[in-house]
Design a protein around this ligand. Structure first.
Ligand code: ATP
Length: 458
């Protein structure tokens, strides 16, 4: 009977070449990759591969047959690759040794000589176990990565302008409810910071907060990323994969740059939100959706609705509560507070002793237009802290991304679109077409800059 081999990497370690040979022959029929070595010291290099199962002999040197060496190597493997299943082989089956080995993380035990069927079934169970462990670890690492990222970002919400105080009051009111929230604001106004803070102040805060940047996902990836897929749903779908909605279970999903999803996916998203159910691509099973949805955009979403680019019914589903984050130039009071906050943190980070900002510096900061909002302010302060040789930050330490907005020369035009186009062109010129650098100067993500290049046909 012809059977398809299972994708798995198995390492057999034994000092007896006959055993290696026969085990290899037995397992080769069922699994794609069988590695062997007669020297346990080679295990370390083999562990650089993703090993599903190690079949490990207990005894190597003649005369030392108490299994200590096997236990030593078992510990070694578990330390380097905790997800790998270790199965011990021995000709001297002793219950005590088996117990010790299992305590130390071995999964099973097989006595020599074995029969092929038994060997196969033990190894196969080991492969399955390794896979499920790996899957869990991946999930955990996604979450812990997300969490540390947030801690860095959230810190505090700084600001004391009426607009900011209003936004914070709203945040505190709506956070504990399960209402869907739409956060509106230009780039760098703190939409992410607010979304995360809403999650932290909600009852879902011991569940995941999953951020999806729809601006950086290609259209072909939207669906599989959001909804997940089952094995075989498309050519590259090698295994069942959770979507972000499922990953966020019990917690909050933050759909950033919501204005970016194409119309056909807007319908799909609408259905998901209405029915509160998701199914993975290629799968009929529907799973209950238990997430709070926060969306954000810097686009004029109402204009998009008018132009037929965004579904009105979807907008009404996601904007139960709307939070508006005003641009920095409209909240003068916050500029100084934020600048001082960044100055303090960044001087610490770069180990500089800077006592503050000169009054000319403060004036320059307050008069600037801040097209990149808080992110731009943070960058400018960071750069100033790094280059400054002064006690206080001086205007010469400030490097505004666009001199046209410098207080010394008023902008040539006040039309927003034209201004944006000019800014982008200047940034590109200055950085010799380097998108990453230009985006950084503009206080935009690369994806956001790309969208603008497309929009304005630059
Ligand atoms: N109120 C605030 N207090 C302190 N720092 C803030 C505040 N708002 C934003 N920041 C900082 O400014 C930067 C930009 O904020 P954030 O990423 O939340 O903006 P955004 O509106 O989501 O931007 P984009 O639309 O470009 O994704 C971050 O480094 C963030 O920590």
């Amino acid at each position: 009977m012809h059977m398809r081999k299972k994708e798995a990497t198995i390492l057999i370690v034994d000092d007896d070449d006959d055993i290696l040979f026969s085990a290899r022959i037995s397992l080769k029929k069922y699994f794609t990759t069988i590695l062997t070595t007669n020297d346990p010291r080679k295990i370390t290099t083999k562990l650089s591969e993703q090993l599903d199962v190690v079949l490990l002999d207990m005894n190597y040197r003649i005369g030392f047959e108490d299994g200590k060496e096997g236990l030593y190597w078992l510990k070694h493997i578990k330390k380097i690759s905790p997800e790998t299943t270790v199965i011990l082989m021995t000709a001297f089956g002793s219950v005590n040794l088996a117990v010790d080995a299992i305590k130390m993380g071995a999964t099973d035990f097989i006595l020599k000589p074995w029969n092929t069927e038994k060997l196969y079934s033990i190894v196969n169970a080991g492969v399955e176990l390794a896979r499920s462990k790996r899957k869990n670890t991946q999930l955990e690492s996604i979450q812990s990565q997300k969490n540390t990222e947030f801690h860095k970002k959230t810190e505090h919400i700084i600001g004391d302008s009426p607009a900011m105080n209003h936004a914070v009051t709203m945040l505190e009111k709506v956070a504990p409810t399960d209402a869907n929230i739409l956060v509106l604001g230009e780039n760098g106004t703190g939409k992410y910071v607010f979304a995360k803070e809403i999650h932290i102040q909600s009852e879902r805060n011991n569940h995941p907060f999953i951020h999806v940047d729809l601006g950086s996902l290609s259209e072909s990836l939207f669906e599989s990323e959001l909804f997940g897929y089952s094995k075989g749903a498309f050519t590259d779908a090698h295994k069942d994969t959770l979507g972000r909605f499922e990953l966020a279970k019990g917690g909050t999903i933050f759909l950033d740059e919501i204005g970016n999803i194409p119309l056909h996916l807007q319908s799909k998203l609408l259905t998901v939100i209405q029915n509160r159910k998701v199914s993975r691509l290629g799968e009929a099973t529907e799973r209950l959706l238990d997430v709070r949805i926060i969306c954000a955009t810097n686009a004029d979403i109402y204009q998009m609705v008018e132009d037929g680019d965004f579904r009105q019914d979807l907008l009404y589903r996601i904007n139960t509560i709307e939070l508006n984050l005003p641009p920095l130039r409209n909240r003068q009071e916050d500029i100084l507070l934020l600048a001082e906050h960044f100055l303090k943190n960044l001087s610490q980070k770069y180990r500089k002793t800077i006592s503050g900002m000169s009054s000319e510096t403060i004036k320059a900061l307050q008069e600037y237009h801040w097209p990149g909002n808080i992110r731009e302010l943070e960058h400018i302060i960071e750069r100033a802290v790094i280059i400054s040789d002064h006690q206080e930050i001086e205007p010469s330490d400030l490097h505004f991304s666009n001199r046209k907005f410098d207080n010394s020369s008023p902008p040539a035009t006040l039309n927003l679109e034209e201004t944006e186009i000019n800014l982008i062109k200047n940034a590109l010129e200055k950085n010799m077409g380097n998108i990453s650098k230009a985006a950084k100067e503009l206080g935009l993500t690369r994806a956001a800059l790309y969208r603008r290049l497309e929009k304005y046909n630059i």
